[in-house]
Design a protein around this ligand. Structure first.
Ligand code: NDP
Length: 249
């Protein structure tokens, strides 16, 4: 039996990488709903691959009004929302010397403000008993050169899930975090020249205790678990899905 039969889901960043992997696993388990991003081409392509159960909503997750529209449109089309995945994120990499105010604002806006706005706007449109899943990063737990600002924003996201879960106890809405390690997504293209990507992935894989880097489906399957009743006793928790790289490498 499908684990998310007719559950209504909203996945930010569902048009790429981990978000698309989550949308695919949700769709396999019978969910319907919306994926959110800004690139219309990848939104259209993702929706086409999802087989008609998801709509694409072009919106900026750092914009409060855009997010209100996302939840309004989704609930008008499918009914109230059961599952929210705040996945859109990424960020400027650099040291505390090289990153300035603009990088600071962009990183915090995309990784923390967006998550706050997503949850804030989702709540009026959510069913009681729903599930909120935030996507963190193992950079929140361990020092990696050039990732301190991004890691700090993700650490705040992990705390946020615990904090606001206690605000929502009456509604039995559970919030939990998935913390990926290095995962094979188009995000690599933003940081390294295309001819170096395959070599870099091989290098990361060789350093992984589990012997490979993550795939979006690894995160997607974990998200299905957190979205479904299988995880009904989990609230304010964090699942590290990192092939062992954070604590075993
Ligand atoms: P991708 O670059 O593949 O995808 C990022 C997604 O976020 C895209 O769909 C993009 O859509 C969307 N997005 C970015 N900015 C905005 C915005 N302002 N408004 C709306 N949508 C936005 O990245 P990943 O799949 O790798 O990353 C997904 C999440 O996983 C992020 O939170 C990242 O920090 C986290 N993560 C990734 C790891 C990895 O190794 N890949 C490791 C640990 C955590 P569009 O371009 O259309 O705006």
């Amino acid at each position: 039996m499908s684990k998310l039969n007719n559950k209504v889901a909203v996945i930010t960043g569902g048009n790429s990488g981990i978000g698309f992997g989550i949308a695919q696993e949700f769709e396999n388990e019978g969910a319907v709903g919306a994926i959110v991003g800004r690139n219309q081409e990848t939104l259209d392509s993702a929706v086409a691959q999802l087989g008609g159960n998801f709509i694409a909503i072009n919106a900026d997750v750092t914009n409060l009004a855009d997010l209100e529209r996302v939840f309004k449109e989704t609930s008008e089309k499918f009914g109230n929302v059961d599952v929210v995945v705040a996945n859109a994120g990424g960020g400027a990499i650099g040291t505390v010397s090289t990153l300035g105010e603009t990088d600071f604002d962009k990183t915090i806006d995309l990784n923390l403000k967006s998550v706050y706005f997503t949850v804030h706007n989702a709540l009026p449109y959510m069913n009681d008993g729903g599930s909120i899943i935030l996507i963190g990063s193992n950079a929140a737990h361990r020092a990696y050169p050039n990732f301190s600002l991004y890691g700090a924003a993700k650490a705040a996201v992990i705390h946020f899930a615990k904090g606001f879960s206690s605000d929502l106890l009456e509604r039995k809405i559970r919030a939990n975090v998935i913390t990926p390690g290095t995962t094979d997504t188009p995000a690599f293209e933003k940081f390294v020249p295309s001819e170096q990507i395959e070599g870099l992935k091989k290098h990361f894989a060789s350093e992984m205790p589990i012997g490979r880097i993550g795939q979006p489906s690894d995160i997607g399957k974990t998200a299905v678990f957190l979205a479904s009743d299988d995880s009904s006793f989990m609230i304010g928790a964090e699942l590290l899905v990192d092939g062992g790289m954070t604590y075993l490498a």
